[in-house]
Design a protein around this ligand. Structure first.
Ligand code: IMP
Ligand code: MG
Length: 183
């Protein structure tokens, strides 16, 4: 797939590379402050959160553990069932640890809710959640993550880790996918 093709598929840029970098820096400072004196376990939800995760970890001025999980959602691809299959678990023992789960985007919020519940059964000291993007209108306010990068309008968005059929993840910005691409 050529870069030019990819860029023609984007209707508009929602968050630029510059805006993303500024947000990640601010969020990193906030985590650094909130977790002073601890060594949190940062958990990346593959693959969508990967770019955000590595940038965010660089902005955190603490000793941290970095770990990765891979999940797939049961049900149809367009609608989350909230029941997730764990394809790859973390390696670190999270008993007594402060855990921060980093995901790409909250739509129904069910995936992140399920992951939070799962980690909570393992005796951690705390479990918090971060989402790069929050489609607020789509979920119960109770499912709002502890930290949010940006609010996201109710469009299908791609780039900076987010995909459509595994494409567009490596775009450096977050953009709205053209309707024609779905058809
Ligand atoms: P939910 O919050 O359980 O409904 O599922 C969220 C997951 O759906 C995310 O981790 C993405 O994989 C996917 N998703 C939802 N909305 C979008 C979007 O606009 N672009 C790309 N992936 C999305
Ligand atoms: Mg995901």
């Amino acid at each position: 797939m050529r870069i030019t093709t990819k860029e023609n598929d984007i209707a508009s840029i929602l968050y630029s590379e510059k805006q993303i970098a500024a947000m990640v820096e601010t969020l990193g400072e906030k985590i650094t402050e909130d977790y002073q004196g601890t060594r949190p376990v940062m958990v990346c939800v593959l693959k969508g959160a990967s770019l955000f995760f590595t940038d965010l970890c660089r902005e955190i001025d603490l000793n941290i553990d970095m770990d990765f999980i891979s999940v797939s959602s049961y049900g149809t691809s367009s609608k989350s069932s909230g029941v997730v299959k764990l394809n790859k678990d973390v390696d670190v023992d999270i008993t007594g640890r402060d855990v921060i789960i980093v995901d790409d985007i909250i739509d129904s919020g069910l995936t992140l809710k399920h992951l939070k519940n799962l980690f909570s059964t393992r005796g951690p000291k705390s479990v918090k959640t971060i989402a790069l993007l929050d489609k607020k209108v789509r979920h119960d306010p109770d499912l709002t993550p502890d930290y949010v990068g940006f609010q996201c309008p109710d469009y299908f968005v791609v780039g900076y880790g987010l995909d459509y059929a595994n494409n567009y993840r490596n775009l450096p910005y977050i953009g709205i996918l053209r309707d024609e691409v779905f058809r």
